[in-house]
Design a binder for this molecule. Structure first.
Ligand code: SAM
Length: 295
């Protein structure tokens, strides 16, 4: 089984970019009343303790959500709406009075909190430890926040399972594809999952997270995604965030979100958030963001 555990990385800069983009996109899609199928192909454990030995050992949240929270507290004017909403969702799991963040919501918890009664949530996670953690966390959360919502969980391979849920009954869907890329074949699995999914559901909104690394398969993925979208005439948005020089760091310095069929106004909202994130999280002159779209 894989050794990747998201608990080491929860709340890092890549989660900040991913979860802010996801929440803005979901809120925009929810402007229409009709229900949406929310599908998380790599759900993780749902909720993470930032004081666990994993989180303390990696210290990744310190460069991510915790640094952003400190920056917002010190610079309360002009915080973009997307960042305010992100902290509102994190606040559900934390002490509102002290404002300290000890618990971090993963993508599945964020979607659970944001879903409406007419939406459906399908969570897929393969890991033998994280799957039972996910079930336990989501069961507790659902009864606390979202009773009467439709939440289903599957211990399966997210890449192949995705197509089984498409097209969704309401023909409205948000799919998050967020592998760890620990398995080097994940780069190709992302593309094959998209090929299968688009055949069944070409109008869905697909959010794909990717790491920016000096490795051939990683550098090729955004080019392959662009080619895929161009071949299928699919509009897309690409958002990237780098917080420090890649050369001087052992860990991840940058990552991106690729959104196929991006909701209207996602670009405008991210255009407010990304420069703010560079200011808040940037550690050196290599800090940067990228935001491009193609209709
Ligand atoms: N989406 C989560 C979030 O944002 O909070 C984080 C997910 S983490 C980057 C990737 C997860 O995928 C890990 O929990 C890992 O165990 C799981 N995983 C790895 N291979 C998988 C597969 N083929 N299908 C489903 N889950 C898989």
């Amino acid at each position: 089984m894989f050794s990747y555990r998201h608990a080491f990385h929860a709340g890092n800069h890549a989660d900040v970019l991913k979860h802010i983009t996801l929440l803005i996109g979901l809120n925009l899609l929810q402007k229409k009343e009709i229900g949406i199928s929310l599908i998380d192909t790599h759900a993780g454990a749902g909720i993470y303790n930032l004081e666990s030995e994993y989180a303390i050992k990696s210290e990744e949240a310190i460069e991510g959500v915790l640094r952003l929270a400190t920056y917002c507290a010190e610079n309360p004017d002009g915080i973009p709406e997307g960042v305010i909403n992100y902290f509102k969702e994190i606040g559900h799991l934390n002490n509102q009075k002290t404002k300290s963040i000890k618990t971090y919501p993963g993508s599945s918890q964020l979607m659970l909190q944001a879903m409406r009664v007419q939406d459906q949530l399908k969570l897929i996670e393969l890991h033998t430890t994280d799957y039972p953690n996910l079930v336990e966390n989501m069961t507790v959360s659902q009864s606390a926040y979202r009773p009467k919502r439709s939440v289903q969980m599957y211990q399966k391979d997210g890449f192949t399972q995705l197509k089984a849920f498409l097209p969704p009954p309401t023909r409205r869907g948000l799919c998050l594809i967020d592998p760890s890329y620990e398995n080097k074949d994940d780069y190709q699995f992302v593309l094959s999952a998209l090929r299968d999914s688009i055949k069944r559901f070409a109008t869905g909104t697909y959010f794909i997270w990717y790491p920016i690394l000096q490795r051939r398969d990683a550098t090729e993925l955004p080019h392959q995604l662009a080619e895929f979208c161009n071949d299928h005439r699919l509009p897309y948005l690409q958002a990237e965030l780098q917080i420090k020089s890649q050369i001087l760091t052992e860990g991840l310095a940058a990552s991106g979100m690729w959104v196929i069929n991006p909701p209207w106004q996602l670009k405008e909202q991210l255009a407010m958030c990304l420069p703010f994130l560079v200011k808040a999280l940037g550690q050196d002159d290599y800090s940067r963001y990228e935001l491009t779209t193609k209709d």
